[in-house]
Write a protein that binds this ligand. Structure first.
Ligand code: CTP
Length: 375
């Protein structure tokens, strides 16, 4: 990894820190070690260039092809995918000059991740905050998995549900599941990396917001249902990656359920929750394209495909991403595997891979099915 700070960046973090962390020499100018021709060498070796934070000044220089230091010269040289993560005060971000520069960079094929909305320097908050490093890393992982930033989902509005719902039994206990939200996060990051506008409904996900998405956090199946129904009409595709509880307590105890002295156990009556995917599947047309998931405890193969196909038909979904879950795969793991099924049969098979790779494969299957694909 090579770090190329600007002179201004060194006001915040010193050269020694960058050199120690990257294990490589760090310079701001093309006139250090001229025989190395650093901007050419670094650019030619790069598989990905990420500029984070990208200031308004840097975006302006990049948009106009200015090459007056090592970073901007390397940028002009680079043919690898380029990701910009702008961070600045809201007024600077919204300024027509900055917006025009961002549009120019996007037109030229760079991925410019929208900044997060949150605390800025000083007392201000608003759009302009740098997304969390882990969230940017996730976008980069997608770009590396695809080897490009081809923005084939520009203009596509995506709603992703992620995580696992919790159904309260009493004020301190709930019925829950082991879904971490990582696959939903990866699907959202992959859609952002391909230019989509992405909203997430997250059920109990303990991860920082993915870059470039708006996130609404909910807890129960009921809350997830209303959040999804509120938004479903305004989107092109809904990806139901959340593990939604099938049962909840018929009556949530208003106070903590106590042990009885006679050694007896409480009897908790359960009621069915509403099936969100099936509800969306029963909407009259035009409804969004529906991608469901099927987490099953059978291995990948014909039985998994049969279970997925039956779920697809029952819920009237367009695609089902089936995966085999167990103690060490699927839930809470960075690794997943998936078989994507439509009414026509198996559309894609992703053997054990990163959740980013699974996400990329899912979007590849979704893309030609979107009404605006190829428009
Ligand atoms: N799902 C949903 N609402 C529910 C339960 C599930 O929208 N109340 C969605 C999930 O988000 C997923 C798909 O339905 O996209 C399949 O979920 P899964 O738990 O695998 O299947 P179930 O329908 O719950 O069937 P079972 O648990 O019996 O396998």
């Amino acid at each position: 990894m090579r770090v190329i700070p600007t002179e201004s960046a060194l006001e915040f973090v010193g050269r020694a820190t960058w050199e120690a962390l990257s294990g490589n020499p760090v310079s701001t100018t093309v006139f250090d070690n001229v025989h190395d021709v650093a901007h050419v060498k670094i650019a030619q070796q790069a598989k990905l260039v990420i500029i984070a934070p990208a200031t308004a000044n840097l975006l302006a220089k990049a948009a106009h092809g200015v090459a007056d230091d090592l970073l901007t010269s390397t940028l002009l040289m680079a043919r690898a995918p380029v990701v910009f993560a702008p961070a600045m005060h809201t007024e600077m971000w919204e300024h027509p000059a900055t917006q025009q520069n961002v549009a120019t960079l996007r037109e030229r094929g760079a991925l410019v991740v929208d900044p997060a909305n949150g605390r800025l320097t000083g007392a201000d908050s608003g759009p302009g905050r740098l997304p969390e490093a882990a969230a940017l890393a996730q976008v980069c992982e997608v770009v590396l998995a695809r080897g490009s930033v081809a923005a084939d989902l520009v203009g596509v509005r995506v709603l992703v549900t992620a995580g696992g719902t919790r159904e309260p039994l009493d004020p301190v206990r709930y019925l829950g599941n082991r879904s971490s939200g990582r696959q939903g996060w990866a699907l959202a990051a992959a859609a952002v990396a391909r230019g989509a506008s992405v909203e997430i409904i997250a059920a109990n996900v303990d991860l920082p917001d993915p870059a470039g998405c708006t996130v609404t956090r909910v807890s129960t199946a009921d809350a997830l249902l209303s959040a999804v129904l509120d938004r479903a009409h305004g989107v092109d595709v809904v990806v139901m990656a959340a593990a939604v509880a099938d049962f909840r307590a018929s009556n949530t105890a208003p106070t903590k359920i106590k042990k009885s002295d006679d050694g007896g156990v409480p009897h908790i009556e359960l009621a069915r929750t509403v099936d969100v995917l099936a509800t969306l599947g029963s909407l009259p047309p035009p409804r969004p394209l529906l991608v469901g998931f099927a987490a099953e405890t059978v291995p990948a193969g014909p039985e998994l495909v049969a279970l997925a196909t039956s779920k697809l038909r029952k819920k009237n979904a367009d695609l089902i991403v089936a995966n085999s879950v167990g103690v060490d795969k699927g839930f809470e793991s960075p690794i997943n595997e998936a078989t994507v099924v439509s009414t026509d049969g198996v559309e894609a098979e992703v053997p054990s891979a990163s959740k980013a790779a699974v996400a990329v494969a899912v979007w590849d299957v979704v893309l030609p099915r979107l009404p605006r694909a190829g428009a």
